[in-house]
Design a protein around this ligand. Structure first.
Ligand SMILES: Nc1nc2c(c(=O)[nH]1)N[C@H]1C(S)=C(S)[C@@H](COP(=O)(O)O)O[C@H]1N2
Ligand SMILES: [Mo]
Length: 272
């Protein structure tokens, strides 16, 4: 949806929903002044990363991302948990199952971008409401002035232009939570009627790896004695990577690679 043009001074964050008696409304300044600042460095990956590769095996729907729908940055802000507790949320309240997030961007019908994460994840200290990316104000494209950062969870839930936080028993009813970013069994073809509610929404992404150098279509000479491969490997939920193996003969033989952890990374992303 169109990137909103937000004046930071006019922006308000609204915390409401299950167990909250009176909504907590915060300006960006109040957020900065009244809560402890913290940072997290994390890779964020779109759930559709490498769709163009998947599409070579079977037709998939959505933007045909190659291996670049992913990025890494240092995010600075306040803990989501601290803000929820300030709004009156009891961390042990068993009724609360999900936390919804809504952005200031909306479609022509006025529905805002949104998604949710489990309450248990939201209460972990790595989940933050960020106002800085790489030590600077968050650029417009990446969520100015506030953005949810929930490391280890798919990009779609890292809601930009964050405007509303809502506690609930249910997952977010937003299109992007219910009717997008879901993987159907292989028997389902594009064009078939889809029972979206039969498939759970993606939260933590499964394991992923990608060779950046050489890039697809690059030619390498067989006569070269050594070819360098460079790429990344990542697993959702901070699960980490044990090893990356590479085959240059279509999977007959495999070679191990050297792993290097991304600098300052709080949740594990590796380069090989
Ligand atoms: N408000 C809002 N937040 C959003 C989106 C959006 O369209 N609107 N897109 C999501 C998706 S699908 C992804 S992959 C990431 C992309 O983050 P980036 O633009 O910083 O790379 O933002 C997420 N947050
Ligand atoms: Mo995405």
């Amino acid at each position: 949806m169109p990137v909103p043009d937000i004046n930071e001074k006019d922006h308000r964050l609204n915390v409401e929903g299950l167990s909250i008696k009176k909504s907590l409304i915060l300006s960006v300044d109040q957020l900065k002044k009244n809560f402890e600042e913290t940072s997290v460095t994390t890779a964020i990956q779109c759930a559709g990363n490498r769709r163009s590769d998947m599409n070579k095996y079977k037709k998939v729907q959505g933007l045909m991302w190659e291996g670049t729908a992913m990025g890494n940055a240092k995010w600075t802000g306040v803990r989501l948990r601290d803000v929820l507790i300030k709004a009156g949320v009891d961390p042990n309240d068993k009724r609360i199952k999900h936390v919804h997030f809504e952005g200031a961007d909306s479609d022509p019908e006025g529905s805002h971008y949104g998604g949710s994460i489990p309450f248990e994840k939201a209460m972990k200290s790595e989940c933050i409401i960020a106002y800085k990316m790489n030590e600077e104000k968050i650029p417009r494209d990446h969520g100015h002035p506030l953005r949810l950062i929930a490391p280890g969870i798919v990009g779609a839930r890292q809601v930009k232009y964050l405007k509303t936080i809502r506690l609930s028993e249910e997952e977010s009813p937003a299109h992007w939570q219910q009717k997008d970013y879901k993987a159907f069994p292989s028997s389902v073809q594009i064009g078939d009627p889809l029972d979206w509610s039969s498939v759970p929404s993606i939260n933590e992404y499964p394991i992923q790896s990608y060779i950046c150098i050489p890039s697809p279509g690059d030619k390498v000479k067989r006569s070269e004695e050594e070819i360098e491969f460079v790429g990344y490997a990542w697993s959702g939920g901070g699960r980490g990577i044990i090893r990356v193996e590479i085959s240059t003969d279509g999977g007959k033989t495999w070679r191990n690679s050297e792993l290097q952890q991304a600098p300052e990374q709080d949740l594990v992303c590796y380069f090989f």
